[in-house]
Design a protein around this ligand. Structure first.
Ligand code: ATP
Ligand code: MG
Length: 407
């Protein structure tokens, strides 16, 4: 077995099979250039190249391995020397990880696969812990192997939302079907009765008819919301979309003393549905205006961006980055409390007396239909919604759902 310290120590390992020049300039092999040294070097390179985070400590709490992916996840700068330091110091920003690793020495059975949400960064990691044993079977340390699951979680959440929308769509269609006819019956019969009763009773029947009409409208609105979007995709100008969204938002909510700024970099046209995207940004602007209650500032900006290949293979040809357009809607209003940020995109979630809570649910639906993403950041005061749209998108799910008749 190769001892743990020789596998992992990242920067403090002696140089092994490097070719050392002689005085005459010719290269000779060093004493350490033997199979074991080659294997050691290979293991170090393998750990450094892994797409999983690897972290290992000895029994006395000294950090002996932390590969680049672990540094990325735990936000430890590349320049910081960590090998040989106490792991509690290196991970002082992540007390939850320190607790998990520290408690591993007391456990004979370690979890094979567990998840942890890092409080400091809100990242989710899936991890496995292993004891490290020496040749005599003595436990000499603990190793943690982990993966950043944040993206996976977000994708699962999107999947769940899509499933919920499909289920809701089917339910709403069934309700609409069952409820629309009786409602129409109530309306017609109340109308007939109104002609036959004295004037004071007629007012009550008028109320019944109005309520029935209202109930019908709610059923139709719910049906409209859950129906999958059918995009009419064309080459569109983001600037034109944002200008229309501003005009539309201003007709719906009075801006009063709110200062509105628009910063447009030279953004290329994108493939999208102009009408739907206009609705998306209108909803975000309306929310910003409503949050500011007539006073404050809103900045709307658009620029070109790109999403790099997440796991480039060293030495292999990298995938070209996906070109995107990034639109930020920023206000300096009261912000969204952290505990609500997960819920505001849910249909019917609202904190406003007159709100229906469908604004952001529709926003997310439109973003998804364009294969884009939306992120919110709100630290105390102010809110930023960031919409990232690919310059050309597939929107396969919605096309597929329409074909399958989920409407
Ligand atoms: N810019 C913002 N600043 C602060 N809170 C916000 C902001 N945008 C959204 N919210 C919060 O998110 C909730 C949900 O927003 P959403 O647009 O879905 O519904 P709504 O605005 O309440 O109702 P409506 O259906 O009329 O849009 C809001 O009630 C509000 O609490
Ligand atoms: Mg809204």
């Amino acid at each position: 077995m190769i001892p743990a310290h020789s596998l992992f120590a990242e920067s403090q390992m002696p140089v092994t099979s490097r070719q050392r020049p002689t005085r005459r300039g010719a290269a000779v092999r060093t004493r350490t250039d033997r199979p074991q040294a080659i294997a050691d070097r290979f293991f170090r390179q393998m750990v450094a190249s892994m797409r999983n985070g690897v972290l290992a400590i000895t029994r006395d709490g000294t950090l002996v391995a932390m590969n680049p992916e672990a540094r990325r996840i735990f936000q430890v700068r590349r320049a910081t020397n960590v090998i040989g330091r106490r792991f509690t110091d290196v991970l002082s920003d992540h007390p939850d990880v320190v607790r998990v690793i520290g408690s591993a020495f007391d456990l004979s059975h370690l979890p094979n696969r567990a998840e942890l949400r890092l409080k400091s960064s809100d990242k989710v990691i899936g991890y496995t812990l292993s004891h490290v044993y020496d040749e005599r079977g003595q436990s000499t340390g603990v190793a943690m192997f982990f993966k950043d699951l944040t993206k996976v979680e977000q994708m699962e959440e999107r999947e769940r939302l899509r499933d919920r929308l499909v289920a809701l769509g089917e339910m709403a269609a069934a309700i609409a079907h069952e409820v629309k006819n009786p409602l129409a019956g109530i309306e017609v019969m109340a109308g007939l009765l109104r002609r036959q009763v004295p004037a004071d009773a007629q007012a009550i029947l008028t109320d019944i008819i109005n309520e029935a009409k209202m109930a019908n409208k709610i059923v139709l609105e719910a049906l409209e919301f859950v129906r999958p979007i059918r995009l009419e995709v064309e080459h569109i100008s983001v600037a034109a979309v944002l200008h229309s969204a501003i005009n539309l938002a201003e007709t719906k909510v009075s801006r009063r003393d709110i200062d509105l700024q628009l910063h447009l970099d030279d953004v290329p046209p994108i493939q999208g549905d102009e009408h739907q995207l206009c609705q998306l940004f209108t909803n975000l602007l309306i929310n910003a205006f409503e949050a500011l209650e007539g006073r404050g500032s809103v900045v709307l900006s658009a620029r070109e961006g790109k999403i790099e290949d997440e796991y480039p293979v060293p030495g292999a040809d990298a995938h070209p980055p996906t070109r995107t357009v990034v639109v930020d809607v920023v206000d300096d209003g009261p912000g969204v409390p952290r505990e609500l940020t997960d819920r505001i995109f849910n249909a019917f979630f609202t904190t406003k007396p007159q709100g229906s809570g469908l604004g952001l649910a529709i926003v997310r639906k439109i973003v998804d239909a364009h294969d884009g993403r939306i992120d919110i950041s709100s630290g105390g005061r102010g809110t930023r919604f960031r919409v990232t749209l690919p310059i050309s998108s597939g929107n396969e799910w919605f096309a597929m759902s329409s074909r399958e008749g989920h409407n």
